[in-house]
Design a protein around this ligand. Structure first.
Ligand code: PMP
Length: 357
């Protein structure tokens, strides 16, 4: 608290990211990072870009990257916006599209940055209660709103909503002229992207990231795909805050990430296989594990509380994510690591369960 702060700064409820321990002590399964390195071609492109041209500003319109993403998804570059991580793209979207007179709707259990942006941009919100199994009851969203945001598959629950279900939300909001944002941060791990529907729905904005399926959390690149008028809205917000959100290295690296499809498919497949195996192994020792289409699983045990499991795993140098929050305080979110890391995780958690049950 400082007397120099503007009004409202002291009252902000800020987002708390997962721990990033600076030593290498832990098997780190707490922030949904990819356990595999980025494509070697991406690293080479970044090294090549680290030259004397760094004295120059990067391209403020990020044209080449927008064009690369557009071609990848079969849209035009005017339908693509890129930002410094999808968090920035989401923040700009909250500023650009949500109406101040009616509540923004999102599930009661979802990505915890949504309420933070809601407060920051002085929007109203209404949370929609998920079912007991964390599935999303679409009909409950059929109410006047200032916009809808859903995360698909949802975080931290890992539950997936099918495209026909999301279409119902889009139809409802098209009729009342409100935007629906679909945050697809984890879509590449088994879900089907709704990006193909942007022509049919001028109120649809799809947000994705290179942080997860393309192993580039450290590069900070996210993007949105939607009707060109929505993209223009995002560019207006961006150009009112910071012309150069992506640096030269990020631009070159991100372009290359879409060029190495073989590597992308191989690492994505590997994570899906590991996730399915671990799901099976955990169920065999008494865990409830939701079907996941993400690079993490959401788990709870019938006899040991999640808070205790989290602490014991940490003692054993395995870091997972525990949310001390209503409804989910008896669950752990576990990111999918390499086969070796997950082997150790299952071994340690089995020991804890055996000794504590
Ligand atoms: N959306 C969701 C649901 C996430 O879990 C994350 C990662 N914390 C993000 C968006 C943001 O990812 P990034 O800013 O790294 O693109």
């Amino acid at each position: 608290m400082s007397k120099y702060w503007s009004d409202g700064i002291a009252d902000l409820e800020t987002y708390v990211p997962g721990e990033q321990p600076q030593d290498k002590k832990y098997i780190k399964l707490n922030t949904n990072e990819n356990p595999y390195p980025p494509s070697p071609k991406v690293i080479q492109a970044i090294k090549n870009a680290a030259d004397e041209n760094l004295r120059l500003y990067p391209d403020p319109s990020c044209e080449k990257l927008c064009d690369t993403i557009a071609r990848y998804y079969g849209v035009t570059k005017e339908e693509v916006f890129v930002g410094n991580g999808s968090d920035e793209v989401l923040a700009f979207s909250f500023a650009a599209f949500f109406d101040h007179d009616q509540p923004v709707l999102y599930p009661d259990v979802t990505y915890s940055f949504y309420p933070v942006y809601t407060n920051f941009f002085k929007l109203q919100s209404k949370t929609i209660e998920l079912e007991e199994d964390f599935s999303i009851p679409v009909e409950k969203f059929f109410t006047p709103n200032g916009g809808i945001i859903i995360c698909n598959p949802n975080a931290p629950t890992s539950r997936y909503l099918s495209i026909p279900e999301i279409r119902r939300l889009l139809d409802y909001n098209l009729a009342i002229e409100r935007v629906v944002i679909v945050d697809e941060a984890y879509i590449d791990f088994g879900g089907q992207s709704i990006v193909g529907l942007i022509d049919a729905y001028p109120n649809l904005l799809v947000v994705q990231t290179l942080s997860k399926s393309r192993s580039l959390a450290g590069l900070r690149v996210g993007f949105a795909v939607g009707h060109r008028d929505l993209i223009e809205g995002l560019n207006r917000v961006k150009s009112s805050i910071n012309s150069y959100t992506l640096d030269r290295l990020a631009l070159f690296g991100a372009i290359e990430a879409f060029g190495d499809e073989e590597y992308f498919q191989a690492t994505r497949e590997k994570i899906i296989q590991t996730r399915n195996r671990v799901t099976h192994e955990l169920r065999a020792i008494g865990f409830r594990v939701f079907e996941s289409t993400a690079n993490f699983i959401f788990i709870s045990h019938s006899s040991i509380h999640a808070g205790e499991l989290y602490a014991k795993l940490k003692e054993n140098r395995v870091l997972v994510r525990y949310f001390r929050k209503p409804r989910i305080d008896n669950y752990l979110r576990v990111s999918i690591g390499t086969d070796d890391e997950m082997g150790t995780f299952v071994e340690v958690i089995s020991r804890i369960v055996k000794s504590g049950a």
